[in-house]
Design a protein around this ligand. Structure first.
Ligand SMILES: Nc1nc2c(ncn2[C@@H]2O[C@H](COP(=O)(O)OP(=O)(O)OP(=O)(O)O)[C@@H](O)[C@H]2O)c(=O)[nH]1
Ligand SMILES: *[C@@H]1O[C@H](CO)[C@@H](O)[C@H](O)[C@H]1NC(C)=O
Ligand SMILES: *[C@@H]1O[C@H](CO)[C@@H](O)[C@H](O)[C@H]1NC(C)=O
Ligand SMILES: [Mg+2]
Length: 435
């Protein structure tokens, strides 16, 4: 009997000890019970999902849920990551010969940039954006856990929030766009705009009869970076529904942008459909005349014009992929540029796209070296593919794109011109991909 009760005492002590240990562990991070819905915030970086709606409560509790590695439930192993670390102590692996190149599992140690993914979408886009998110996470963000901001002209529904927040490894935020950023400004003549749409419909110009597409283009040109949720960040990476990423991203492109003083970047470039922008260049020239102070001396005019600025050659960076500086888009120069164009009404009297608008701004307001071509980010948005040129790089990055699909050096791409204007050497083998 005495031996028996000693055993019970031992069991109780052991039980108490186990409970205490569990209590300690659950408060220090690594194991956290699965949360029942997307509405709760989980402290675990790999699977944390958290959403806020609107613009009031975002990001305030972020420190409480700093991501932690979820490999071992035994002790609190906090990977050293987040803002404020010294980048020099965490050099990025840019080539296969750099140490840490093959570290593609777990949460990456090192500093993070003040950055977010951003997606404009409708509720009905949920499954198409789910595909995109999954690829971005698999190829990059599962190791970095950057946040993701979703914007919509209507409230997001529960399905959209549930699906997207379950896929994003960082925190998710959902914002509704105010009416003023998604409607006709007062100076637009509605009848004139409607006649344009009817005419474009007859001429079968893609999205030519669409009002919402025009609001979308104007919003992406002038307003996404001013949404309250976006004011919490310095850099953005735009992601659209149904895009693909074909290669592993071994380093942090946000950090690359920041540390190399890049303000805008692209993966695909091409000639714009002229019918959608007949007077855009006229409007740009008016801006240049009124605001010479904003025009950068060492700009990329050669990318936009083959006659020193007289006419536009219609080259632009494709804006469905962008990694860029929000500070630049919020600058006086860009603000003046957008407002000048907006006054001329071409978003509604024509069908100006945000791609030529962003591109022309980047080419004229930034120094050449502030624009970056991400050769190693392989990408698809219907109907074009950027697949890195060269067998070695594709093998190193475990790419799954077909090199024959690469658009870079084809006749309708402007990437060759970009290389020429910047005096960059084209990758070996580019001549074999020109058609
Ligand atoms: N909330 C909202 N988002 C929209 C609307 N129209 C387009 N978008 C989003 O704006 C972005 C661009 O629209 P897309 O329809 O992809 O336009 P596009 O890339 O020129 O053409 P696609 O070839 O159809 O992809 C996408 O992220 C869409 O989800 C809209 O009316 N409301
Ligand atoms: C991130 O950038 C925003 C906008 O510039 C700024 O307000 C915010 O304080 C920054 N956050 C951090 C953690 O640096
Ligand atoms: C433009 O580039 C030239 C040559 O590289 C340099 O001397 C000049 O300072 C640059 N101008 C500006 C405004 O950066
Ligand atoms: Mg699209």
């Amino acid at each position: 009997m005495a031996a028996g009760s000693a055993r019970y005492v031992r069991y109780i002590l052991v039980g108490f000890f186990v409970l205490a240990a569990l209590y300690y562990i659950s408060n220090s991070g690594p194991i956290i019970p699965p949360s029942p819905s997307y509405e709760s915030s989980r402290g675990n970086g790999q699977s944390s999902s958290h959403h806020t709606t609107g613009s009031t409560s975002e990001g305030k509790d972020s420190s409480a849920s700093a991501p932690k590695e979820n490999t071992t439930p035994v002790k609190s192993t906090k990977p050293n990551f987040g803002p404020g670390l010294d980048p020099k102590e965490y050099p990025m692996a840019m080539t296969p010969s750099d140490p840490a190149w093959n570290e593609l599992s777990g949460i990456k140690e090192g500093p993070r940039v003040n950055a977010t993914f951003v997606t404009l979408a409708r509720n009905s886009d949920v499954w198409e954006i789910a595909r995109s998110i999954r690829q971005v996470e698999d190829r990059f963000n599962r190791r970095y856990n950057y946040d993701w901001v979703f914007l919509n002209d209507k409230p997001f529904d529960d399905t959209f929030k549930k699906v997207t927040s379950s896929l994003v490894s960082g925190k998710t935020h959902y914002g509704e766009i105010p009416k003023e950023h998604w409607s006709f400004p007062p100076h637009i003549d509605q009848d004139k705009a409607q006649k344009v749409r009817e005419d474009m419909a007859q001429r079968k110009i893609i999205y030519g009869d669409s009002v919402s597409y025009r609001h979308m283009c104007r919003f992406e040109s002038g307003f996404f970076f001013r949404q309250p949720l976006m004011l919490n960040y310095d850099y953005y990476w735009r992601v659209e529904p149904s895009v693909e990423l074909f290669c592993d991203v071994h380093y942090d492109p946000f950090r690359y942008m920041h540390e190399n003083n890049k303000k805008y970047s692209f993966v695909l470039s091409l000639y714009e459909y002229v019918e959608t922008i007949p007077t855009l260049w006229e409007s740009v020239r008016k801006f240049m005349k009124n605001h010479p102070e904003h025009i950068e001396e060492n700009n990329s005019m050669g990318f936009l014009s083959d006659d020193g600025g007289e006419t536009y050659n219609h080259c632009h960076f494709w804006s469905n992929f962008e990694i860029g500086s929000l500070k630049w888009l919020r600058s006086q120069a860009y603000t003046d540029f957008f407002e000048s164009l907006d006054k001329d009404g071409g978003f509604f009297y024509e069908r100006w796209g945000d791609a030529p608008v962003h591109s022309i701004a980047a080419a004229l307001l930034l120094k050449k070296e502030e624009i970056h071509f991400f050769n190693d980010i392989a990408y698809y948005h219907v109907p074009f593919t950027h697949c890195p040129t060269g067998d070695k790089i594709r093998a190193d990055l475990k790419c799954h794109c077909n090199p024959k699909d690469n658009f870079d050096w084809k006749g309708y791409s402007c990437t060759s011109k970009y290389f020429d204007v910047n005096g960059l050497a084209k990758p070996e083998g580019w001549e074999n991909q020109t058609d």
